[in-house]
Design a protein around this ligand. Sequence first.
Ligand code: DC
Length: 218
Amino acid sequence: MQIAIDGPASAGKSTIAKLVAKELGFIYCDTGAMYRSVTLMAKMNNVDYSNESEILNLMSKYKISFKNDSDGQKVFLNDQDISNDIRSVDITNNVSEVSALKKVREQLVNEQRRIAEEGNVVMDGRDIGTTVLPNAEVKIFMIASVHERAVRRFKEYESKGIEVSLQKLEDEIQQRDYKDSHRSVSPLKKADDAIELDTTGISIEEVVEKVINIIKKK
Ligand code: DC
């Protein structure tokens, strides 16, 4: 079974997808982490974020993998744990540029489809229901107000000791929404057969329950 969860930045996709996968014993695939890992590869090697051929060259040299441990899912680049590095402000602000590169997307989409063949999967991203898994049995398009999403990100940064203003986060979220939904390749778009779920003002537990109920009806 394939569950596709798409939506804009900080709508709660990965939090919910992880919990739903755990409850159902499904594989969880965080596709945003894959685009973030490629952005980090470019940064580590001083490659310009728009230099597609050099980034493809780097992708052939590194392996991105996910490993589950007691703290949750960790992301590795070859043997290096990059779980925290890919969440830095710098990577967050540059990942839209890298994820707009056509051939980078093609390669990652192939890899995502390969992961989906390994078993039942919950996959979250921007183009899962429209492009990666168009035949997914359940497609959810998760949204939340810009303000609520900025507050969520604010709390995440606060817990890591990173200081940033709420207004700046609202501006960044709006910019990333715009870039993600206006790029020419696989823009963020609700699939025609996706169910829209607005998580504004709803607790994590309630959203998980709603998603599980949708899946159980299938
Ligand atoms: O979900 P996230 O914030 O970790 O995603 C990081 C970026 O990657 C986001 O700005 C858009 C891009 N992305 C994408 O283009 N397609 C996906 N399937 C997942 C993420």
